[in-house]
Write a protein that binds this ligand. Structure first.
Ligand SMILES: *Cc1c(COP(=O)(O)O)cnc(C)c1O
Length: 381
């Protein structure tokens, strides 16, 4: 079955739900037992509900995985994976430009719990081997990364990690399973902030994990149930509904972002455009190999590198709301230096290339003419 068909059909059997065409929202905390020793699929909603199971099975299908797991947010999903895989004394290698929330979790929660954390520039895959040792149990990747859309090579890095018996997790939020399937490329774990493209309408917070290995699945499932960072049935329903149009939306996000990136490249007020689809992007060849298309996020350095210049453009934009987050149907603009990366030390921002005169655009699925017109009036002198 092809992707767009799986997105709509896999994970839900209407004959088991009164032939309701859409998965019902099982708004119940508890399921009654037939008999004392009945072995039934659902007992208490923290361990599972039919609505959540439909979402988990659907995500597994989209990632070509054996198992899916849903959480109350992307961060709850990341936390569960790290807890399931790491114990005190273990080490983890994360690429240096991981999502800010993952950086905070690693440095402020995992490190104090006795886990040694290394941040490494993995844009050259050969850099990994020098940092591996038998204690490194997890390699944490994110590609394309936020906000400068750097690429890392999942196939090459997974091959090196495997020789060290290091599990590889990929945060696939920016690409979505429509553009990239990390498990097919050698990774062991995929995580998503489904809050972004998967749910796709900026109306739900949700995290997803997909794995193949049954023991790994049981370990993460244990944390899911033991810690209880699970989504409610309404949120699972909204995410399932969003996923039904994921293929259509991603095509339009990519169409629009490609046009915006090309247009911005010719604007006098723009110093540099970051988009993996541009031939001059350092990760372009890798993106062409690893991804189906190049995604919906475009980041720019303004010619004037100041917060005032970024504020002027961001505040003039009418269609683009000034907001954190990305991946919704509507266009958003984010000032990384003060918003998503606001808590990051200035020195680290400089090292990662996060500038004051920088804006990250999440290109929505509005009409491209209106998007370009809005950008043109905001950038006008
Ligand atoms: C938003 C985001 C997260 C965190 O997800 P939440 O749903 O906000 O908890 C993790 N990784 C990436 C790449 C994100 O963009």
């Amino acid at each position: 079955m092809k992707f767009a068909t799986k997105a709509i059909h896999v994970g839900y059997d209407s004959s088991k739900h009164g032939h309701a065409v859409m998965p019902p929202i099982y708004q119940t905390s508890v399921f009654a037992h037939d008999t004392l020793d009945a072995n039934q699929p659902f007992t208490y909603a923290r361990t599972g509900t039919p609505t959540r199971a439909a979402l988990e099975d659907n995500l597994a299908a989209l990632e070509n995985a054996a198992h899916g797991l849903a959480f109350g947010s992307g961060m709850a999903a990341i936390d569960a994976v790290m807890r399931a895989v790491l114990k005190p004394g273990d080490e983890v290698i994360a690429q240096q430009d991981v999502y800010g929330g993952a950086y905070r979790l690693l440095t402020k929660v995992m490190a104090p719990a006795g886990i040694k954390v290394h941040f490494v520039d993995l844009s050259d895959s050969r850099a990994l081997a020098a940092h591996l040792n038998p204690a490194v149990k997890l390699l944490w990747l994110e590609t394309p990364s936020n906000p400068l859309l750097n690429l890392v090579d999942i196939v090459a890095l997974s091959a090196v990690a495997r020789q060290n018996h290091t599990l590889v997790a990929v945060d696939n939020t920016f690409a979505t399973p429509y553009l990239q399937n990390p498990l097919d490329q050698g990774a062991d774990i995929v995580v998503h902030s489904a809050t972004k493209y998967l749910a796709g309408h900026s109306d739900v917070l949700l995290g997803l994990v997909a794995v193949n290995d049954p023991e790994l699945f049981q370990a993460i499932r244990f944390i899911q149930s033991a810690s209880g960072g699970v989504p409610g049935p309404q949120d699972c329903f909204l995410c399932l509904r969003g996923i039904k149009t994921l293929a259509l939306r991603m095509e339009r996000h990519c169409d629009n972002a490609e046009k915006v990136a090309a247009w911005l490249s010719s604007q006098p007020g723009i110093e540099r455009v970051f988009y993996p689809g541009l031939p001059e992007h350092p990760g372009h060849a890798l993106a062409a190999r690893q991804m189906k298309r190049f995604g919906g996020v475009v980041t720019v350095y303004l010619k004037e590198d100041s917060r005032a210049a970024a504020a002027r453009v961001a505040e003039r934009l009418q269609l683009f709301a000034l907001a954190e987050s990305l991946g919704g149907v509507e266009s958003l603009v984010n000032h990384s230096a003060s918003m998503s990366h606001g808590a990051m030390p200035a020195e680290l921002k400089r090292q990662l290339g996060v500038r004051e005169g920088q804006l990250r655009l999440s290109i929505g699925i509005e009409d491209i003419d209106d998007i370009l017109a809005d950008l043109a009036q905001a950038l006008a002198e």
